[in-house]
Write a protein that binds this ligand. Sequence first.
Ligand SMILES: Nc1ncnc2c1ncn2[C@@H]1O[C@H](COP(=O)(O)OP(=O)(O)OP(=O)(O)O)[C@@H](O)[C@H]1O
Ligand SMILES: [Mg+2]
Length: 672
Amino acid sequence: MNLCRGKSQTSIPDTFKAISRLLIKESRLEPLLKNVAERLKNARLYDGVFIWTAEKADIQETAWGTSTGPLYAQGLFMTLPQPACIRGVATHGTPLTLIRDEPTCSSCPVCPICPGWASLVIPLLFKGEFYGILFVTLPSEVIAVNTEVAFLVEVGENIAACLNRMNQEALHRTTATALLKRSLELEYFHNFARITEQPDTDLETILQRGVDLIPASMDRPDLAAAALVLNDTHQRFTTPNFTRDNPMVENPIFVDGKAVGVLTVCYPSPAGQGPELTFLKEEEKLLGSISLRMGKIIERKRGRIALERSEQRFRDLTNNAVTGIAILQDQQIVFQNPEYTKIFGPLSHSPTLFLDAGVHPDDKKKTRLFHETITRYDFTTLCVDFRIASLLSQDGTPKITSVFCRAAMTEFREKPAVLLNVMDMTKPRELENLLRIQDKMTSLGRVAAGIAHEIRNPLSGINIYLKSLEKYALERNAETEGKIISKIQSASNRIESVIKRVMDFSKPGELKPISVDVNKPVQNAIDLAAVTLRKSGVKIETDLGTALPLCRLDSPMIEQVMLNLITNAAEAMKTLAPGTKTIAITTQCLDRQQVVIQVEDSGPGISQIHRERIFDPFYTTKNSSGIGLSICQRIINDHKGTLNLHKSRLGGAGFMIQIPVKQQEFKPAKGV
Ligand SMILES: Nc1ncnc2c1ncn2[C@@H]1O[C@H](COP(=O)(O)OP(=O)(O)OP(=O)(O)O)[C@@H](O)[C@H]1O
Ligand SMILES: [Mg+2]
C-alpha cells in the first residue's frame, strides 16, 4: 500500500537493506540515529520517525527525530518522565500502538492530533536488553498492516543490535585506554623504583630523574613538561621544556603529613600553536600517585639522612669516650667503641662476655643473672661488677680485669636495644687494694710497736740470764744442761728475729739509695741462699744481664726482696721429686727505661683464686706469717717500681720486678 500518493514508496526489503547498510557502516551515535530516522521516514513515507536511546555504559541518553506532519512527538523524548504508556514499552518490551480515538489516551500529548494518523512505539531490544525506543507516526490504516509492523519491529531489533555493538566497541576502547595508561603507570613506577633502589643515589638525583620520567607516561610525551618544587628546601627539579602553562595538573607533595611542595605537569605551547590538549582522568590519577610516591621517598630519604647523621654523631661521641660503650640487640653486640674493644677485645657479635669462662668463678652467678635480665629487656637500668681472668696482657700473662658495667634500655635503628657502659676498674681497684693494705700495715705497725715494747725488754733480760746460765754450766762441765741452754737460746733468738721482722715491716726504715748495678744485691741474695738451696735439692739457674745501667737502689732492701722470693719458691717446691726443683733468676734492661728482675720456679704455680690475694699482708697458704710478699711489694714500690706475678718459663710461679732507670743514671754501655 502506498502511503502518499504523490511520492513513490521504497519497498520493505529495499528499505531494510538500506537501513542495514547504514547500521553496519556508521559507528558514531548521532549520525547513525539521524540517518536511520530520515532514511526510514523518506523510504516508507512515514509522517515522523523518532529514535530515543536509553543510557548505557557508553551510550548517553539521546534522541533524534524527523517529521513532515505535526511535530506532536518532537521533544517528547527529551523531557522525562515520559507518558506511562511509553515507560510501559521500556518495562515490558512489547510494541505499543497509539490511536487518538481511544478514550484512555485522549488527553495524552503523545497521541496523534490528526485524525486518521496513529503512532507505533517499538522497544529497541537486543538479547532481551533494552536500548531505547523507535517511535513512528503513520496513517492509522497502515498500523493494521502486519507486514509494516513486523518490518518496523525488525528494524528496531537491528538498531538495538547496532547500539549493542557500539556499546561493546566503546567498552573495548575504554578498556584499551585504561590498559595503556596502566602499563604507562607501571612502567613509570618500575623505572622510578630502579632509581630509588640504587643504594648510593642521593635524594636530588632521585627527584630529578623522577621528574624526567613523567612526560613519557603522558598522552603526549613530546609536549608534556613537569616540575617539582620543594618550598621547605627551596629546591626545584624540572624537565628542560617546563614553563607554567595550561592545561596543567598540580598535586601537593606531603612529607610527614605536611605539604612541602608541588608537582606540576603541563602542556606548554606557544600561544596559538600546537594542539588543544587535555589531561585524561587516568593521567590525573597517575600524577596523584606519583606525588604520593615522591612524598614517601623524600620522607624515607630524609629520615635515613637524619639517622645517618645522628649515628655519626653517636660514633664521634662514643669513639672519644673514656668508657667502653656497646649496644646489645637481639642477643648480639651490634656496636662497640674503641674503649670497649680495649677491655673485651674485637667485636664478636656475641654477648657471651657475661657468660664467658673467663669470668671469675665467684662472679659467674651474678653475671649470668645480669645477662638474662638485660637480654629480656626487662629492666630500666642495671649495674654489675665483675672480674675477667681470661684476658691476656700483652706479655701473655693472665690478667685480671675488674669491670663495672651499667646497662640501660635504649633504641637502636628503631628497635629496642641495651646500652652497655663499661669501665675498666682494674687500676682504681688496685689502688683501693693498695690503700687497704697500707691501712692494714699501719694498724699492724701500731700493734707491733706495742708488742715489741712489751716483749723485747723481758726478752733481753731472759737473754742476759741465759748467758750467765751458759757460763755457769760451762764452769761446771754440765754438758746436758749446756745443750738445753743453747736450745733455749736459739728459740729466744728466733723470737727476737720475728719481733725484728715485724718491727721492720711496720716501721720501714728510710731508704738509703746509692747508684748500684742491680746484679749486685741479686748476686748477694743468691750467694746467701745457695747453701740452703743446695741442701734442699734446688738447682739455681742465673742469667744476669751485662752492662746494666746503674740504678739508685737500697741494696740490702733489694737483697731482702730477692731472699723472700727465693725462699717462697723453694718452699713451694718442697714436696717435688729431687731433680725437678729449679729456680731461674734473670736480670735485663728494657728499652733503656727500666731494669727487670725475674724469679721463676718449676713449682706448682699459684692458682687463680690465690693470685689476687698473695700480696695481702698475712695472707698465706702455709703455716707462716704471710707478710713476705707484702714487704717485698712495699720495698719495690718505695723504689718507684712494680712487683707483679708473671708467667714462669719453668711452669711454676714467676715474679717480675721492674725498677725505673733514671735517665741521668743511664750510661750506655757496649751491647746495651
Ligand atoms: N713461688 C711460689 N710458688 C707458689 N706459691 C707461692 C710462691 N710465692 C708465694 N706463694 C704463695 O703466696 C703466699 C704468700 O706469700 P708470702 O711470702 O707473702 O707469705 P708466706 O710465704 O706464706 O709467709 P712468710 O713469707 O711471711 O713467711 C704463700 O703462702 C704462697 O701460697
Ligand atoms: Mg714468704
